[in-house]
Design a protein around this ligand. Structure first.
Ligand code: BGC
Ligand code: BGC
Length: 514
């Protein structure tokens, strides 16, 4: 299917039966809308607002390498990847893209591609090797030089405080289910703001908090590899407290600090128009998309559970609402793919649903006991090599939903991207013709432009990723970069998608056909 037909197809489906009648705010108004609504002011192209922040994103463990240099402490990802059998191909992030040493090259690529924002994360164990106590000056010096180099290149540093590399020493003290980590995290945030806050103004405490708490403590797919649903609930509550505490610590140490988020979100659509599937979709949204947003904005948990919110299991204490509640300056979230959700209550009824009734937790594609939802990623759109469905329309629906539900906040898209395995087509490594990635971004960004035209206050878009990098449990078997990395010699080759994205950043104009 060519791109145009695919887009029309996705719009038709998106506006069709999956959504009609749903109570979720992803439902369509009943008045008929054109199936392929005009996306643009001028035919064939979209203009982004002046000053729109085009950016690229990475995360410390995925790109830095230098895992034990300059006083850095061991992280849970170091421990996990050094354990046999956890990662495809036995890969580790020991060297990764060696960005710790090669960052001037990477920042030069950002500059060459006319980027205005670089979203990177700081490795907590570089700053505090055991997670608490005095700061490691060498770690601070590294990020200080790093930030200066970005600013000299005219690029806004967007700093994520935590992209999953917890100090192993803190895990040994109980990890995120231990409520004390909220205070330690706030101390760390204060150190960063004190040392970098004269230059960094944009901060996000946590990358994808649902994922690292659920996959790390609920299902054990990620480090520390614990699989206990109660631990997930506790970890998530600590992180909600930590988000609030970090917000205050950043603001206290830096008057210029603005604080937002980097949540992972997937627009959720009910499988059928039934009341049960629509309610399940609301619960899915509450658990997967806004479990760390509703707590910040309103100081309360969203209605994610069938029955009462399990406050006791979470370790919730009186007054926690006031710790969690903070006026985020903007809301950041990622978009990769969508979910179709159905009620899974039957599967959990003893005697009725078989094995699910005894399972403790879910994965993103499975069924979840406490929310009693089943979620699948459909395969109507083409799949990336990374296995995710390409569904451009999803970003429009998600951005509009969050805009409506949270009173039209300033939004940053903190990540979006696709895994494709294209490699240089000659030995000299001249070009990487990754045309599918160009189509992915072109179609998605047309949908984002449409959301902006319809009033969403989106000010930034960060493509994942600046460079191919360590893709967690998949090791180096996936390539999400707009720049190719040859891991044998660390040579970077900007892919065709990177060149395309660089032109877009310079012109602010998206041509739908090129
Ligand atoms: C709704 C939000 C609401 C939240 C908490 C969500 O499903 O869409 O508007 O704030 O639940 O109840
Ligand atoms: C994560 C990245 C990851 C990317 C691609 C995002 O959700 O934040 O760390 O590499 O997805 O899977």
């Amino acid at each position: 299917m060519n791109r145009r037909r695919f887009l029309a197809h996705s719009l038709a489906l998106g506006g069709g039966s999956l959504l009609t009648g749903a109570s979720s705010s992803l439902s369509q108004p009943s008045a008929p809308k054109p199936v392929n609504p005009p996306q643009t002011s001028s035919a064939g192209s979209s203009h982004f607002p002046d000053g729109f922040l085009w950016g690229l994103a990475t995360a410390s463990y995925q790109v830095e390498g230098a895992w034990n240099e300059d006083g850095k402490g061991e992280s849970i990802w170091d421990r996990f990847t050094h354990t046999v059998g956890k990662i495809k191909g036995g890969a580790t992030g020991d060297i990764a893209c060696d960005q710790y040493h090669l960052y001037p090259q990477d920042i030069a690529i950002l500059q060459r591609l006319n980027q205005k924002s670089y979203r990177f994360s700081i490795s907590w164990p570089r700053i505090q090797p055991t997670g608490t106590g005095a700061a490691n000056q060498k770690g601070l010096d590294h990020y200080s030089k790093f930030v200066d180099t970005l600013l000299e290149a005219g690029i806004r540093p967007f700093c994520t405080l935590y992209h999953w590399d917890l100090s192993q020493a803190l895990e040994d003290r109980g990890g995120w289910p231990n409520r004390d980590l909220a205070g330690y995290f706030a101390d760390y945030a204060g150190i960063l703001a004190k040392n970098l806050g004269d230059r960094v103004t944009v901060w996000a405490p946590f990358n994808m908090p649902w994922s690292f708490t659920n996959l790390g403590y609920g299902t054990g797919i990620f480090p520390p590899g614990r699989a206990n649903y109660a631990d997930f609930l506790k970890a998530a509550h600590t992180v909600n407290l930590a988000q609030g505490e970090a917000f205050r610590a950043l603001k206290a140490a830096s008057s210029k600090a603005t604080v937002g988020s980097a949540y992972g979100m997937a627009p959720a659509y009910p499988k059928t128009a039934s009341e049960r599937d629509r309610a399940a979709t609301e619960r899915y949204h509450a658990m997967h998309n806004i479990y760390f947003l509703e707590t910040a904005v309103h100081g309360r948990y969203p209605k994610a559970f069938v029955g009462e919110t399990p406050y006791e299991t979470m370790g919730y204490r009186a007054g926690d609402d006031r710790i969690m509640k903070v006026p985020l300056d903007w809301i950041g979230f990622h978009y990769y793919t969508r979910r179709i959700v159905s009620d899974a209550g039957d599967a959990f009824r003893p005697g009725a649903g078989g094995s699910l009734a005894t399972e403790t937790a879910d994965t993103a594609g499975g069924a979840d006991r406490d929310t009693q939802t089943g979620a699948v990623m459909p395969t109507e759109g083409p799949l990336t090599d990374g296995g995710l469905e390409v569904w451009p329309r999803g970003i429009y629906d998600l951005v509009m939903q969050i805009s409506r539900e949270y009173n039209h906040p300033i939004i940053e898209i903190t990540e979006s991207g696709c895994g494709y395995l294209d490699s240089p087509y000659d030995k000299a490594g001249g070009r990487v013709p990754d045309t599918r990635r160009i189509s992915f971004f072109r179609d998605e960004l047309a949908e984002l432009a449409r959301a902006i035209a319809d009033g969403a206050k989106v000010r930034a878009f960060h493509a994942w990723s600046l460079v191919d990098n360590f893709e967690w449990a998949d090791g180096y078997t996936q390539r999400y970069g707009l720049t190719y990395v040859d891991y044998r010699d660390q040579k970077r080759t900007v892919k065709d998608s990177g060149l395309w994205y660089g032109k877009l950043a310079a012109s602010n104009r998206l041509d739908h056909d090129s």
